[in-house]
Design a protein around this ligand. Sequence first.
Ligand SMILES: [Zn+2]
Length: 443
Amino acid sequence: MTKEECKIKVIDLIEKHKDDIIKAADEIYASPEYGYREFNTSKVVQNFFSKLNLEIEKDLGITGCAVHANKGKKGPKIVVMGELDAVASPNHKDALASGEAHTCGHNHQIAGMLGASLGIINSGVLEYLDGEVSFLAVPAEEFIEIEYRDGLRKEGKIKYLSGKQHLVAEGFFDDIDMAIMFHSYDCGDSKSILKLRSNGFLGKKIAFKGVEAHAGGAPEKGVNALNAALLAMNNIHAQRETFKDEDWVRVHPIITKGGDLTNVVPADVRMESYIRANSLEAIKSANYKFDRAVKAGAMAVGAKVVITDIPGYLPIVCQDEMLELFRENLLKLGLKPEDIADNQDFTASLDVGDITHIMPAIHPMMGGIKGDLHAANFNVVDKDLAYIIPAKAMALTVIDLLFDNAKEAKTIIENFTPVLTKKEYMDYLKNADIENEYDYSEK
Ligand SMILES: [Zn+2]
């Protein structure tokens, strides 16, 4: 078959099974589950995968699962991903009584990934593709239920709080060369937005430890941890004029515990914050300043301070040539050039940012919805655009990359310099996952 014939076969097959793909999306929509708890969702995926006559790899980060096509075939290895988890949108019309709802459209991603898997695996095009293709349903994209996930970590069930972080740490991505996924979004007048720029973040927990004393009778005997925290807040604000506009730094600390009783000098005061920015360097730089400001607050009053860093997500860095292939395929599927916007700045964060730091990857936004992500007005208005067109476009992009001795994929991989190697990424996670105590108390 020629490349064009392969593409037509895949488009026709996905079109023929459109109803099955929509059914899977709807089933998942009706049973939203939070990250690392997506057991029913995973079952829907496995039922669909069972039509592909391939062994299903299970228990990837508790609920994740995957199939691998062309296993062992020489050439670049591509993963097509969809995310399993839901968010909380208690006011959404289709939310469960407990609040879960699919208002981030991750069920659309799963439908797209499943459609692409069917198109690539069951159409007979695999023998023309020179490389392995994996289809992965990945758990836990949303950074939520921190205490629950910390518990899973302590039990040894996961290594990191997000599904992709965990799977990189587990080695799932060790021999993967490229990654493809999409996200649903209200693209306004457009039907797709190709290139996303996003912030990454580092989570912070701060505990100031002072000395209790009678606030009226003997305050001179105390060390006031609340004063340390207030100084730290002001010190942090004094850093703001040094943040560069182009780095999109957002530092937004809150005090989560301000003291115990008003007649006792506060000795246990807690703060939390995110350090957000659009590059790893900018996050590191802002974090250094943040820590300096916090330590100075503790030092001024002679308190102790414990600073805990929690690795959040890295900013997205999409691969341009892969995005251009995706654009061409959207045009082939009937979108007009003016339907496809080029850029979107997104100051929230996504864990696919971590993947884009270690390999060529894309994460275009696809329409078919109206309303906001994570909000009560989120609504699917065009199932073809939300599930079926992305399924086809991802499958066609896989064909472009792996057809003809995987020429396209090999050129992209050869010319690609990752922001971090996988080893550097793991070192980053380890270094960003730390707790340090600084003691400025009088001895
Ligand atoms: Zn999402």
